[in-house]
Design a binder for this molecule. Structure first.
Ligand code: DX5
Ligand code: ZN
Length: 213
């Protein structure tokens, strides 16, 4: 059976207790920790950046799945690689030179993720086939946690699965036990969940549930 990875997003964490939050996710069986970096320009919100990730890296050993929602991500690739990001995902809409950005991430020895916003067709990734390890399908407009899952994302996941059989397909936004079922059936390998995991009374149960196909 296909392995489903769960990557809880710490955007909905209590930032005053970040070490505790990250350790609790690791103990609860999270495969990765999803870190949403925002610049207030590519998306209308500002979250956290390099120094925070550097501290998180010291608290847990599971991979850091870094989702860059910033303009011209190439400017910061080396620094995110240096602080210990394992997967660096950027938006096709935010990069002037997608190939150069992907190549730089690879040359730093990191996995490359390429993301599309809800209104960007997944076919736009075709020219870059082979340059990335993971496709991130946004199932909400990026910028905020706790939004409602956009249902047309399921078709996009199916399409991505078909076009990029060798890449992991990650989905991010509005995922809970119900929507997780649809997206994994459509071919998603990696489930990002913010509110569903962080607000849960028992994180371990929720993570296990999300992983169930
Ligand atoms: C939104 C972020 C998501 C967000 C998901 O821009 O990329 O990772 O934290 O939060 P939920 O799961 O609550 O929709
Ligand atoms: Zn994200």
């Amino acid at each position: 059976m296909r392995k489903i990875f769960v990557s809880p997003s710490i955007l909905s964490a209590d930032f005053a207790r970040l070490e505790k939050e990250c350790k609790s996710l690791e103990k609860s069986g999270a495969d990765w920790i999803h870190c949403d970096v925002m610049d207030g320009k590519f998306v209308p919100n500002i979250s956290f950046g390099l120094p925070v990730l550097k501290s998180i890296r010291k608290c847990v050993v599971i991979p850091l799945d870094v989702h860059l929602m910033i303009e011209e991500p190439i400017r910061y690739v080396k620094q995110f690689a240096e602080i210990g990001a394992n997967i660096i995902t950027f938006h096709i809409e935010a990069a002037q030179d997608v190939k150069a950005t992907a190549d730089l991430i690879r040359s730093c020895g990191k996995k490359v993720g390429l993301s599309v916003k809800p209104n960007t067709p997944v076919e736009d990734l075709l020219p870059y086939k082979g340059l990335f390890d993971m496709v991130l399908i946004m199932s909400v407009e990026p910028g905020f946690g706790g939004q409602k899952f956009i249902e047309s994302s399921v078709d996009k996941i199916r399409k991505a699965r078909e076009l990029f059989p060798d890449a992991l397909i990650e989905v991010d936004g509005g995922i809970n036990a119900d929507t997780a079922k649809f997206v994994t059936e459509a071919g998603a390998d990696v489930i990002v969940a913010g509110n569903a995991v962080m607000q849960a009374h028992n994180r371990k149960d929720v993570i296990e549930n999300l992983r169930k196909l």
